[in-house]
Design a protein around this ligand. Sequence first.
Ligand code: PEP
Ligand code: MG
Length: 577
Amino acid sequence: MRIFTGLAIGEGIARGKAKIYRHTPIVVERKRIAKSQVKREHGLLDQAFQRARTALERRKGNQLEGEALEILETHLLLLQDPTYITSIKEKIEDKLINAAWATEEVTEGIVKTLEASDDELFRQRTIDINDIGDSIVEHLCGKSAHPSLVLDEPVILLADTLLPSELFSLDRSNILGLSLDGGGLASHVAILARGLNIPTVIETQLASHVAEDGDDVIIDGIRGEVIIRADHQAVQNVTERYNAYLEHEAELLKGASLEARTKDGKRILIKSNIQTLGELPFAEAEGSDGIGLFRTEFFFMERSALPSEEEQFRIYKEVLERVAPRSVTIRTLDLGGDKVVSGLNLVEENPVLGFRAVRFCLEHQDIFLTQMRAILRASPFGKADIMFPMVSGIEELKETLRLFEIAKRQLKEEGVSFDPDLQVGTMIEVPSAALITDLIIRHVDFISIGTNDLIQYTIAVDRNNQKIAHLYQPLHPGVLRLLKGVVDQAHGMGKRVAVCGEMASDPHHAVVLVGLGVDELSMGPHALLKLRKIVRSLDLAAAQSLVEHLLTMDSSVKTEQAVREWMHERFDDLTIR
Ligand code: PEP
Ligand code: MG
């Protein structure tokens, strides 16, 4: 038996057979060949080009639009370019090496030439050339650059890392539990796993290296343990813990319909974050006050082509109808960073600081307008708010709002109705925006603080990087000061403040947010019941004094310790931490 301890994500317990998934990059087979084999290698190369072309043609028929289609056509052109294949054939012949090796060398040569070019457009083409080179090599070697994973029976998936898109590409009903060697509490894959209600443990370091396919594995998503080849005693302990957890949950459920109001009377809205429609029943069952963050990009990631206006309209309409009369804050596309979609050219050296969210949407106005139109069209079917992610300054916000006005004008001209009172908000998740909240807020109805990114950018700590996870400190004095500034500025202008980052779902951090004056907390549905109970037992004045005390401290060690003690005195019965 081996036990790995990590961070518990999707609460719950799962037991099943292990399936290991590790990202091993493709290793090109390099072979010297005899002169007599040249013809054969040429033939294999022709075949690989043909297969790559056929695969692209098939994807092209898949209703691609916009840039996705452009990229695909560029790739097709490259594949049809006779100089590329001829150079590879010459390399095979001259150096007497196999086709995969020659493809690798020729592709690298082209990439180097393009990289040295003064022309930005040429430099950008290197990604396409590399992609095409990889796909030819894949066809030659008969394997994929990323090992493909098909789950045809229920398993416990143990991976080194997992991209959100990979999690989406899998049959989720066959993932009983998930263990990731890496992670990050605020990483998107963790948020997704929690949203999908998959018992998950992250940051297990080596679990995927120690387990083998078929091993009996238990994921303890309550305590944060992965138990490989569990013995009888371990199974019994986990079962007892699980039963206690279920009892505790049943107790909390009794409070699902109660208002979250502090003891001294401040109403705090407790809302849900969702990524998929599948999460709505949980939000409903746990008495959510609405949806505070609908991350729409996951719909884009789930499909091989960008969803059309009609398809998006139907999705937004369904969510609005199901949640009505409570409101749904629909966030426009936040692609980029670790949320990449096949077909869109989003590979960058520094993606988290790169072409993300509104930056991407403002460059792809067709995609942005389509989404805004779909949201507006759906708005009469419930209570919709629209929210823009990653705004970093006023020009960006104004340009975004200008496009929003265009979307409205278009619909008016077409005689299509929409809710004229639809509220417009922006996320505050970039420090530059946080510092000018008073200026930003003049242009919008509300703000929602995305603490996941705000912490990442304030402390300059990658939210997905396990090596520096200890620096990801929500109660860092710098973060607290920034948050206080945001709340005070927004309230000074009479606007409401929500938080939709993971801080809202952690009781220790949520009390601080309430003490800072935040009006609304939005979180994964799993945390709603616990947070409602905490708010109802909370004295706002006491939380405010706690915050005042924290703001005098100079380190996260001290703030964390102070909050832990404060919570321990008040909420020891909540089995938190
Ligand atoms: C955030 O950054 O806190 C947030 C809610 O957005 P996301 O997690 O989708 O980046
Ligand atoms: Mg964010």
